[in-house]
Design a protein around this ligand. Structure first.
Ligand code: ZN
Ligand code: ZN
Length: 630
């Protein structure tokens, strides 16, 4: 048989040859370093036979940047962890241990509860295993035999996994530890150059709170100790930039158990919020959007019409009054449809662009709430565009231009994704055809590179999602532009065409920053709290050097404030050095010191991340004007 190598050359192999055989045929060094075979994009254990005519790529320990290569390494490290746990804590029952993004975990039922000190001990034991060296052996077993094996081992979780597994059952052994596992795995433990156990957490067996609670041990592994070091540094940095921590330090918001998942915005946080709202309002007006306001609470009748009752009820809050049942709105769209339907519409009225940063409530599970990044109180920079089919493309272009105007303002690095029809969808194939083509064509016209996510569209239409990459290399979805042919039909949204006939309107849902709560959380982490000047709660802080300079400093602060900037003066009886440090901790973008040597022509100005410089009041005003007023 033959297989095809990445350079398109063919490799002749005996029938039944494995990935490892292929590596050996290419060279002994490759065989020694091989960790995985990729065949047509699928990962495959090196020990498994290849198929005739297959394209193959052999990954080695030098592919430390490849997600699949890291995956197999971390999966093998998880097995070493399970081996260590069984040895150090006799009677430990093992559950599941998959690789995950940035690492791996393994769930255990320890005979006695363990604390943080277990991480150190387990890691030490894994290092010992690595010192001895481990090889992985793979074989297939009959289901009954597998069940019997784990019953004898006293491993009830594995027995349950055997009973519910589909397809062939395979075992992997390293040292004296045998695991039920689909693989793939490394040949041996040599490529594992760095392992670190990171944390412990509780996790229900199979995520089911009626089942036993297990202990989840998180860890990570790399091909190169330097990569581990860089990763730990990123984790440290992420902790330092945690928006919940910054929110407290900068006095922006807090949360209370009395309203889980719903932020309390403090005065300084409200300044940031309002600055974003101002930006949204002004830019909407420039682009022909009209602002509306719709109720928070609607009769459930509305949610039945919109389809939310059917598809989104679990995520909604409900209440009752005078025997009528109401739901708090989780999205603005149905209310906007009612506004559209309130008057007869003609093609001359279209496009109609309705904007509302409405207050939405979503009943997210309490366990998934995470600061501003996952809240129950959601405020999107939302709008709905009602238009004719012929106007769709121009409207989508308008949304894309608007979105990138905003992202450029923040200097974001974006990735765009076009999500197409899912299996479970409403509407005819021709409608989907047309809608997907309109989105793709708009992206093409703007020369925006994008990935296609087949089958990831919403049930009512395809969409363009826009993700930003933050300084820590994480990806966050911000904007979405979604086409919808369903809601207009459900609500009977029609218009009289130029032909005098009645047509169903097309509808675009779009939010560009996403939820304002989440956007502020992401921005805080991305900037480490150093918000752009136009969002900073306090843009300038003026510090008089001593008592003799109070008057001049207060006058300057008043003047800047009068010009529309957010300015504070700090004349407390503290050393200048201390007051400067506090202004820096508060992430004030401009710190102005006024002392003996300063005058209107020569202010001492410290800018965030820059050196101290001397500038006149006029120059400072001009600079603030440019940075703060956009
Ligand atoms: Zn496994
Ligand atoms: Zn919507």
């Amino acid at each position: 048989m033959r297989v095809i190598l990445p350079d398109k050359s063919e490799l002749e192999l005996p029938d039944g040859a494995t990935g490892l055989d292929a590596a050996r045929a290419i060279g002994p060094k490759l065989a020694e370093q091989a960790v995985l075979v990729r065949t047509n994009g699928q990962v495959r254990d090196l020990r498994l036979p290849l198929d005739d005519g297959q394209q193959i790529q052999i990954l080695t320990m030098r592919d430390g940047d490849d997600p699949d290569a890291l995956w197999v390494l971390r999966h093998s490290a998880a097995h070493l962890l399970a081996e260590a746990a069984r040895r150090l804590y006799p009677g430990t029952k093992v559950a599941i241990g998959p690789p995950i993004e940035n690492g791996f975990y393994y769930d255990f039922e320890f005979p006695e509860p363990v604390g943080e000190e277990a991480l150190e001990r387990l890691e030490e034991e894994i290092r010992r295993e690595l010192g001895e060296g481990r090889e992985w052996e793979r074989w297939e077993v009959e289901r009954d035999e597998a069940r019997r094996f784990f019953e004898e081992q006293g491993e009830p979780y594995k027995v349950e996994l055997v009973e519910t597994a589909d397809g062939e059952i395979s075992f992997y052994r390293q040292g004296d530890f045998v695991d039920l596992c689909r693989g793939p795995h490394l040949q041996d433990s040599k490529p594992i150059k760095a392992v670190k156990l990171l944390s412990l957490a509780g996790a229900y067996w199979r995520g089911d709170e009626t089942r036993p609670q297990l202990t989840r041990v998180y860890g990570t592994a790399f091909y190169d100790p330097k990569d581990l070091e860089a990763y730990l540094h990123r984790l440290e940095e992420a902790k330092r930039r945690d928006h919940r921590r910054l929110g407290k330090e900068l006095d922006l918001f807090h949360f209370s158990e009395l309203a889980p998942g719903m932020p309390f915005w403090h005065p300084r946080g409200m300044v940031v919020w309002n600055a974003l709202e101002d930006l949204r309002r002004r830019e909407n007006a420039r682009r022909g959007y009209e602002e509306i306001k719709t109720p928070l609470v609607f009769d459930n009748e509305l949610w039945r019409t919109s389809g939310h009752w059917e598809k989104f009820r679990e995520n909604m809050f409900f209440l009752e009054a005078e025997g009528r049942e109401y739901g708090l709105k989780p999205m603005n769209c149905p209310g906007h449809c009612l506004v559209y339907a309130d008057a007869p519409r003609s093609y001359r009225d279209l496009p109609l662009r309705l904007a509302e940063a409405g207050t939405l409530h979503r009943n997210e599970l309490s366990g998934t709430l995470h600061g501003l990044l996952r809240v129950r109180h959601v405020t999107q920079d939302d709008a709905h565009i009602f238009c004719t089919a012929g106007q769709l493309e121009a409207e989508i272009l308008g949304c894309l231009d608007y979105a990138f105007f905003l992202y450029d303002l923040f200097g974001f690095d974006m990735r765009v994704e076009l999500s197409t029809r899912p299996d479970n969808r409403l509407g005819a194939d021709e409608e989907w055809e047309r809608a997907e083509a309109a989105l793709a064509s708009a992206l093409g016209k703007r020369g925006i590179a994008y990935d296609v996510s087949e089958g990831e569209g919403a049930f009512y239409g395809p969409k363009i999602d826009m993700h930003m990459h933050d300084v820590l290399g994480r990806s966050w979805q911000l904007g979405t532009v979604q086409l919808d042919f369903q809601m207009p039909q459900r609500f009977g949204l029609a218009y009289a065409g130029a032909d005098n006939a009645e047509h169903t309107a097309a509808m675009i849902h779009r939010a560009l920053l996403g939820s304002l709560e989440r956007f502020i959380g992401i921005l805080l982490e991305h900037t480490g709290g150093n918000l752009p000047v136009f969002l900073a709660p306090e843009q300038v802080r003026v510090l008089p050097v001593s008592d003799g300079h109070h008057e001049a400093a207060f006058a300057l602060a008043g003047e800047l404030r009068f010009r529309g900037f957010r300015v504070a003066a700090d004349a407390r009886d503290e050393t200048l050095g201390r007051r400067i440090r506090e202004a820096e901790v508060a992430k004030t973008p401009y710190i102005v010191v006024w002392g003996e040597r300063e005058s209107r022509d020569a202010l001492a100005v410290r800018k965030h991340g820059g050196e101290q410089s001397t500038m006149s009041v006029d120059a400072l005003l001009a600079e603030l004007e440019a940075a703060a007023k956009l």
